[in-house]
Design a binder for this molecule. Structure first.
Ligand SMILES: NC(=O)c1ccc[n+]([C@@H]2O[C@H](COP(=O)([O-])OP(=O)(O)OC[C@H]3O[C@@H](n4cnc5c(N)ncnc54)[C@H](O)[C@@H]3O)[C@@H](O)[C@H]2O)c1
Length: 322
């Protein structure tokens, strides 16, 4: 199987590459990005790195060459950046997605495409638990771009141009590395930095509830989507992935259980009403019966997500922290 991952040097793309390379049936894996990877890329003769802009149609057409069986489309500008720079957001998150879909269509083989969508497609007055039955009502440019991407994946699939799946990812916690420009970045920082010996700021109240999934679960879900028979999804190619609900106060308690009182002491509570309002508008609980029936698993809770971070990333994180 020949696979392309756009955003392949990003957080999820690189991890997905490592997981897919464990499979014997992967013959070639092309990682596409416009930035170098902050972490070493897999040392494997099947891996090829291509640098370029996802919104450049000629580049993307050359990238998704004849013989490509599947494309993971993960390249994107994150929420805060898409809001601050709408031209960049629409170019990367919308024009880039169209370029990928059209390059897949040009193959004439209907390849599998897995598109990373987000909880940002939901918004407004939300029910206690959201899922695929909840109306698309994004309240940000990023969410709007992801919602359009989902609809395009559905329509290109209906037309037989691609065999698409859009996965609505929960907020991924604990994310290693440095803070990014996503409004949710604190949710990882508040666990990651104190465990690595650094201070972190929590800008929302302990009562704030979020719907999360660990990197391990999300990357496993992306890999699982490669082999799912399209027919199993019926007329709706978007799946809400399962996640767990946790309050920020409970997250601080999980930090205490993992790192002790000295770790919790490194967490400073500094309310930021702008971030509180954004996070307060997000889903508090996820309803994902279809994905669960199709074999997508859920983390047991925040303690498991913290343990995965300690097992998978903490040693490297400590070197980053200096
Ligand atoms: N991590 C999360 O919590 C989360 C939640 C929901 C959805 N998602 C989605 O999952 C995908 C991957 O997320 P991530 O956390 O790995 O993000 P990331 O920012 O680490 O990776 C995205 C990659 O896209 C690349 N990119 C940006 N602009 C590009 C361009 N013009 N051309 C080529 N490459 C470009 C970036 O360099 C980066 O490596 C994204 O589509 C994101 O929107 C992530």
């Amino acid at each position: 199987m020949r696979i392309v991952i756009t955003g392949g040097c990003g957080f999820l793309g690189r991890r997905l590459a490592l997981l897919l390379l464990a499979r014997r049936d992967i013959d070639a894996l092309t990682l596409f990005d416009n930035a170098p990877s902050a972490l070493p890329l897999p040392d494997d003769r099947r891996v090829r790195l291509v640098t370029g802009d996802i919104a450049d149609r000629d580049t993307v057409r050359a990238l998704i060459a004849p013989g490509t069986d599947a494309v993971y489309h993960l390249a994107a500008i994150v929420s805060g950046q898409a809001e601050a720079d709408p031209d960049l957001g629409y170019r990367v998150n919308l024009d880039g997605t169209r370029a990928v879909l059209d390059a897949c269509r040009a193959l004439g083989t209907g390849p599998r495409i897995v598109f990373a969508s987000s909880l940002a497609v939901y918004g407004g007055a939300l029910p206690p638990s959201v899922g695929e039955d909840t109306a698309l009502n994004p309240q940000s440019s990023y969410g709007t771009q992801k919602a359009i991407g989902e609809l395009l994946v559905n329509d290109y699939t209906r037309k037989g141009f691609v065999d698409g799946i859009a996965l609505r990812l929960p907020t991924v916690v604990v994310r290693p590395g440095l803070p990014n420009r996503a409004a949710s970045t604190f949710a990882s920082s508040m666990i990651r930095e104190p465990l690595a010996g650094k201070e972190a700021v929590c800008p929302v109240s302990p009562e704030t509830v979020m719907a999360l999934a660990s990197p391990r679960r999300v990357v496993a879900a992306l890999a699982h989507a490669l082999d799912l028979p399209g027919d199993a999804l019926g007329h709706n190619r978007t799946l809400q992935l399962p996640g767990f609900s946790v309050s920020v106060g409970e997250m601080a308690e999980a930090l205490r259980r993992a790192g002790g009182a000295e770790a919790v002491a490194r967490l400073k509570w500094q309310p930021d009403m702008t971030i509180q309002a954004i996070v307060g508008s997000w889903p508090r609980a996820l309803n994902a019966p279809r994905a669960e029936a199709l074999g997508f698993a859920r983390d047991s809770g925040i303690d498991e997500a913290v343990r995965f971070f300690i097992d998978d990333d903490l040693a490297l994180q400590k070197t980053l922290a200096g």
